[in-house]
Design a protein around this ligand. Sequence first.
Ligand code: TYD
Length: 205
Amino acid sequence: MSGLFIAFEGGEGVGKSTQEALLGEFLSSMGKTVVRTREPGGTPAAEAIRAIVLSREFDGMNARSEALLFAASRGDHVERVIRPALERGDIVICDRYIDSSVAYQGYARNLGAEHVRNLSLWATNNLLPDLTIVLTMNADVSLQRISNHDRLEAEPIEYHRAVTQAFLDLAQQDPERYLVIDATQSKDAIAQLINARVMQELNEK
Ligand code: TYD
């Protein structure tokens, strides 16, 4: 596939959307075709699954069912949006991907990182990002930045600390495919680090 697949990961309130928008603008200004999308969601079916999986109506949902729903959403999203875009040669910027499942369901909900990862690899026919950008910040601080907590954001602080640590562990296991950034830096400083790394990826393609 000739495109470039970039995923953004991190805990709640670390500023992913701002950076995704800035990167999208940067790449568009260079004449690249950018597809910005998000998980869970990105297709009509996946957005319908998103509404279920994030709804406070379903507090206490079985953890395995939750993991299956995220994987189900991802499968449709990859087949109908992400893979076609990469085949066209576009740059895909995706808010969250498999590592969110590994961190939230695998680590924080204790379902096991390998099981959860394998489930998503099966759902997506083994599609992994070329680059994953992890924005990291102390969970106690980042959670204070958001109001109106959805079902997962409403989990106790220990859950969010486990998620933050999980992303760092995943990045450490495969440093070439990750860029870890201290999200307490200024928005422009973060954007510069991201742009530089993405340019490097494009040059190496
Ligand atoms: P969202 O409002 O998109 O959060 P954010 O802006 O922080 O990305 O909600 C997505 C929530 O779903 C978030 O709490 C992370 C969680 N999530 C999982 O638990 N597993 C997954 O596989 C994905 C993609 C998200």
